[in-house]
Design a protein around this ligand. Sequence first.
Ligand code: ATP
Ligand code: MG
Length: 363
Amino acid sequence: MNRMSTVTEAQIIEALSSVQEPDLKKDLVTLAMVEDINIDSDNNVSFTVVLTTPACPMKEQIKQSCIEAVKSQVPEAAAIEVNMTSKVTSSCGHHHCNHERPLKEVKNIIAVASGKGGVGKSTFSVNLAVSLAKTGAKVGLIDADLYGPSIPTMFGMQNAKPEMSGKNIVPLEKYGVKLMSIGFLVESDTALIWRGPMASSAIKQFITEVDWKDLDYLIFDFPPGTGDIQITIAQTIPLSGAVIVTTPQDIALADVSKAVSMFRKVKVPILGLVENMSYYELPDGTKDYIFGHHGGEIFAKTHGLPFLGAIPIDRAVREGGDNGTPYVLGHPDSATSQAIDRASGEVARMVSITNAAPAEELS
Ligand SMILES: Nc1ncnc2c1ncn2[C@@H]1O[C@H](COP(=O)(O)OP(=O)(O)OP(=O)(O)O)[C@@H](O)[C@H]1O
Ligand SMILES: [Mg+2]
């Protein structure tokens, strides 16, 4: 005999409209994040929650809240199955994307920058890209350092050359990340003597003349400093936001202030601050704060910036960069990888929040 379910779709929608998306501060139904509600004849309920990023750090929490809400508000529901999926939002078409976006298929372009050199921008960019790709996001990475490109080495692609497709360059791809670097186009011992305007127009071509196809996140590893080249890139590339990398040292933090004002001046939202080389963990488990204690975190607080995470000094992080296996792939379960994955999730989360924010809230 065919039974009829007694639970209705309206009841499930009602229950889920009491679940808040913790970052976007609205309920899942209002945000149109619930799809495919199914109720079988035994009152087994299933539905899909579409998050704004596969790297969402709140994934488990949102899933549990959905189950709790249905359980408590629809007691007749038998099994409850929640499928978590995602569709990355785009900064394109938003107020703060006031440029003609050259590539509609690229949803978000994220700058990784710092005022000071050698703080770990490239190292973080590489591991951020791979970490996001591991969650299922479509990711690209641009090495914007024309004078000292490091991405080819960090991906073990020193001798690779990209192909052309018509007038466009096809990006190389490794570890699930599409890559572009000047290092792929010129011999490594050729000194680049490009001056400012030439350099920034070359970088612009990395956006307009590379066949990125559709990407959720295009990570842009900035060259060090806050000079003309950096300002021109920040002004001409339609950035969704910038991640600032620093070490906890006062001297690095002084340069961070310059980077923060640069992005604020050209109205690029600052997604937050990552503190790299935060501490060194000694064999007995104690932490040695070689470059000072929590400098980045304190800076972020006093400047009203989100703190996205602290990454320790770890010999294997440096080795991963040198031997072409990004650290988060080589040591996926280590505490340092977890710290990098958490910081990457925070970057993705801040992109989603920024994309949903009204114009006046963006710095
Ligand atoms: N957390 C870390 N632990 C150990 N070594 C690290 C860490 N982060 C970066 N390094 C090492 O520090 C050096 C500088 O890092 P990286 O090249 O990423 O900095 P950068 O800010 O991109 O430099 P530049 O300003 O020259 O572009 C590299 O040798 C890298 O392997
Ligand atoms: Mg670098």
